[in-house]
Structure formats: C-alpha cells, structure tokens
Design a protein around this ligand. Structure first.
Ligand code: GAR
Length: 192
C-alpha cells in the first residue's frame, strides 16, 4: 500500500475523493495523515470522520521557520509517507521538503496549466480569470510539485467546456467533478 499524506486548506472534496477511492480499493493506497494550515478546514473533519490522523501546522502556530518545517517533516517521517498529495492546499510547501520528496509530491490545480496558475491563482480566482479571458475550455491538472506555485511536469489533464452563462461558481463545480476523477487516477500512477 502506498502511504499518503494529504495537505488541504479548505472544504476537502478532493480529499474525500481520495478517501473514497482508498476505501473502495479503486487505488492501492492509504491516507495516513491529513495536514492543514487552517484549523477550521472542513477537510480535517472529513479526515477525522474516516479515522485518519489530522495535524494543524501553520506558520502562525509555529512562528519559528525551523520548527514549522520540522513539524511537517516529523509527520511525514512518523508515517513513512511515500507520496504527498496537495489537494486544495493554498500554501507553498517548504523548499526543504520539496527537495527531500522531489518526484513524490503532486498537486491538483483547477485549470489547464500552464495557463491560469501561479501565485494568487487559486480557488474562484482561477475561474474568474478563465471567464474574463473568454476561454472556450477550462479543466483540471495534476502535476509534480517543484519549488514554484503550480509549476512542474504535468501528469494528467482533463478539460471541460466553458458555457456561455457560466459563473465562477458553476465553472468551479464542473471542474471539481473532473478533479475528483483525475486525482485518484494520478495517485494510482505511483508505486511504493
Ligand atoms: C480545488 O478546486 C483545487 O483544485 C483548488 O482548490 C480547490 C479545493 O477544493 N486548488 C488550488 O487552487 C491550488 N492552486 P476542495 O477543498 O474541495 O478539494
């Protein structure tokens, strides 16, 4: 079984898709820990409900940078994590961790990267920008994580149409549906 650590900042529907895929054995993985920078993230509730250990690790909680990085490293080491999944995680992972786990960290992004990625491009901002640009298509991307936001080799991408009467919210919902499919698919590409 591939041991996963999932990082999430908000509602955690992508986390839920992974929990469901693990439970149904659609993927040969188990989620050992969920980490959030946001103590109120609903993602943490979802994890607890499924009996997964949760950790609130933020720069606010650990003002000392070394202690902050160490707190993340400790969780990853404690569970012997094989793959880190950023599923709606709105922070950059510390460089140290990106370097130590390079090739074993993936991120999901709600657009067709390399378009509409980078700092500030998260959540509804992405969909607003896509609509403003008059794009005919948007979609979701899972990619390997490097030291830059939404950068690094692309693993899976799937597109969805943009409809004429779309709002950022309706587009987000259509994109999320494909996110929930391609994220477990991307995890299944990794072996222990
Ligand atoms: C998802 O759309 C994810 O792709 C996006 O945040 C949402 C989280 O939803 N991530 C980013 O924008 C990262 N740049 P969720 O909490 O329901 O999984």
């Amino acid at each position: 079984m591939l041991k996963l650590a999932v990082f999430a900042s908000g509602g955690g529907t992508n986390l839920q898709a992974l929990i469901d895929a693990c439970r149904s054995k659609a993927i040969g993985a188990e989620i050992k820990a969920v980490i959030s920078n946001n103590s109120k993230a609903f993602a943490l509730e979802r994890a607890k409900k499924s009996g997964i250990d949760t950790f609130h690790i933020s720069k606010k909680k650990y003002p000392d940078e070394n202690k902050y990085v160490q707190a993340i490293k400790d969780v990853l080491a404690r569970y012997n994590i094989d793959l880190i999944v950023l599923a709606g995680y709105m922070k950059l992972l510390p460089v140290d961790i990106v370097r130590n786990y390079y090739g074993r960290i993936i991120n999901i992004h709600p657009a067709l990267l390399p378009k509409y990625g980078g700092e500030g491009m998260y959540g509804l901002n992405v969909h607003k920008a896509v609509l403003q640009a008059g794009e005919k298509y948007s979609g979701a991307t899972v990619h390997m994580v490097d030291e830059r936001y939404d950068h690094g080799p692309i693993l899976i991408q799937r597109r969805v149409p943009v409809l004429t009467n779309d709002t950022p919210e309706t587009l987000a919902a259509r994109v999320l549906e494909v996110e929930h499919k391609i994220l477990p698919m991307a995890v299944s590409l990794f072996k222990k």
